[in-house]
Design a protein around this ligand. Sequence first.
Ligand code: PMP
Ligand code: GLN
Length: 378
Amino acid sequence: MISKLPHVGTTIFTTMSALAQQENALNLSQGFPDFNCDPELIEYVNKHMKAGHNQYAPMQGLPLLRRRIAEKTAKIYGCKYDPATEITLTSGASEGLFCAITAMVHPGDEVIVFDPAYDLYIPVIELNGGKAVQIKLQFRDYCIDWAQVAKAVSPKTKLIVLNSPHNPTGAVLSGDDLRQLAAIVRNKEIFILSDEVYEHIIFDDLQHHSVITEPELAKRAIVMSSFGKTYHATGWKIGYAVAPREITAELQKIHQFNAFTINTPIQHALAEYILKEEKYRDLGSFYQQKRDKFRQVTAGSRFKPLTCKGTYFQMMDYSAISDLPDTEFAVELTQKFKIAAIPISVFYHDREDNKVIRFCFAKADETLEEAGKVLSAI
Ligand code: PMP
Ligand code: GLN
């Protein structure tokens, strides 16, 4: 069989989680909490299953949930979206990203992507015959050099993919970043795909700047959110896309033949739970405590933390410990020291290796303490 993705293997997240399991290691690699989601949310799902909400929901998503997403979006970002035509529930942010890229990218189109890039974007661009034009975030602060972006834009540029707060680096975009991007795309037919799944996981009194807060970007943007990240339920695979009507219509043409529709009782439950504003308002301080705990328990180690402004990932420089390439170091750490992490070079097109690995700190305090002991002894 001729592969459509000849250069793609199994994702690093699956690979490292499998190795962690095989080695009986603490899994700080793949990003997911090791604690449960709110029992109240589980009760809501149960209640709706028992009430008989177990058949197909509308293709676009449950109307009540779409309405409440529109209300939330208006409240927190001051932006109005029509729940009838501009919001789509998706099977995790992943399916939304797949549909968005498939809707927008035609053969021969160029898509600007920033390295290190979350692993889903580029294979999907290539499946659609597009070409990823990769620009590196600047090591160590992982900021975007907008002059370089302006230079990379060509008549073939169809789409720019953003991700803030950024996985794996923890960098965040500022209001000024958005203004610089707006100036670059003004009067051009370029779309924006903004992966904002960590929108509520942002620290140190920083504010999340959604691309929809910049009108020049909002009119050409699809923004992806994920309930999995926000409500500690990554296994439920439910997210949503907001985008102007014409873009949403194209996204939904793909979605209707992909997932078609999303888990009904969970949508009913989320339509209720989303009203509890404190659940997402307090998420930043919840994870900031985890970040600080992880940094505190590793403070005496030879791992050196990089800046982490958002997400639940802490990048660590291990160059004082080992000269091994990061992919080999991550395996050694798992096999010998029983802690799994994610090497960063795999997210670069040229496999740039800065001797940095990523730890997920969405873990119980005891897990973080245990990890701290081991990492401090290396
Ligand atoms: N984008 C980024 C940057 C992510 O970290 C994740 C988490 N896996 C996703 C998209 C996918 O989110 P979901 O699990 O909702 O599909
Ligand atoms: N987004 C999660 C991470 O960055 C993993 C999701 C996945 O396994 N695809 O670790």
